[in-house]
Design a protein around this ligand. Sequence first.
Ligand SMILES: CC(C)(COP(=O)(O)OP(=O)(O)OC[C@H]1O[C@@H](n2cnc3c(N)ncnc32)[C@H](O)[C@@H]1OP(=O)(O)O)[C@@H](O)C(=O)NCCC(=O)NCCS
Length: 332
Amino acid sequence: MKKSRITGVGHYLPPNIVTNEDLSQMMDTSHDWIVERTGIEERRWFRPGVDTVTNMAAKASRVAIERAGIHAKEIDFIVFATITPDYFVPGNGVLVQRELGLQLVGALDVRNACSGFIYALSVADQFVKTGMYKCVLVIGAEIQSSALDKRTEGRSSAVIFADGAGAAIVQAVEPNSPGILSTHLHADGDYAEELYVKDPGSSREERLSAQLIESGSFHMKMNGSAVFKHAVEKFQEVIHEALEHNGKSPGEIDLLVPHQANLRISKFIQQTLALPDDKVFNNIMYYGNTTAATIPMALSEAWEQGKLHPGDLVCLAAFGSGFSWASALLNW
Ligand SMILES: CC(C)(COP(=O)(O)OP(=O)(O)OC[C@H]1O[C@@H](n2cnc3c(N)ncnc32)[C@H](O)[C@@H]1OP(=O)(O)O)[C@@H](O)C(=O)NCCC(=O)NCCS
């Protein structure tokens, strides 16, 4: 049986920086409130008519392909994690496939929100391990800013979510090489409505109507304190699950890359695992929460900053809408 390994990572951020000061011109909020509650100082919002989820993902993918030292034509499958696809149908996998000129490889979309990248990585890992594919492109990319309610009514989520794209190349390697050790996926649908975008849903007479738009039901809705409480609990559980499964302890982690949900959540997890600052990677301060894109974006930045060395024990963990949560333990 083969093992799978991340051999290249890349990311792309739209250049349009939106500061907390900019947000306070749109809604009743302040730089200090946002920094204190979330750690976010600025984020990127896409440029309508220029950036799309597809073209941002393609840019991130090209960087990952180059860093993996492969030719794009070696990719034999695509897994695309996003909850903000360019079209309602088809999904974003086929769109990035077209953009990268990879016709006729299979393309799968994953809709597990903030856990989406780890779910997608797990799918790639299973396909590679069983020998079905040798080189999988795994993407997390989002444009969240167009779904935010930018009035005071929507401020608790409008200050958090943002746009960006990240990608990873997952390749088959020999079983004794460094690579993905295990992935752990969980969900609890009892909490589906605690963090969700209700419309345009299909179970109504008309998917879109003036009344529905007026009701604002297409905006992201979040019960912030319920999300916070469950996130701190499940992040810890799923990280310990990954470590125990592989006979490792928290002290052996070289780099923890948590989903960038909220800096307070990351700091809390860091504290409970007793990890020093240099063993936890955070960049939410500059980019906000880009849902499925945070982990590949963070991996790409960590790699650029020389924080990932061959063989390092790296733990990825995420929590989000669903609720769903997941972890992956790997040797870089
Ligand atoms: C959203 C979150 C930052 C709100 O922080 P909080 O300390 O729980 O704040 P509350 O929701 O209790 O609101 C406290 C007050 O701040 C106000 N408030 C909410 N958002 C605000 C904003 N952006 N600016 C200023 N005030 C705000 C509330 O209206 C409330 O006012 P009130 O006391 O007069 O009613 C926090 O709940 C959180 O971080 N949750 C997790 C979110 C997350 O990680 N999401 C991503 C999941 S993948």
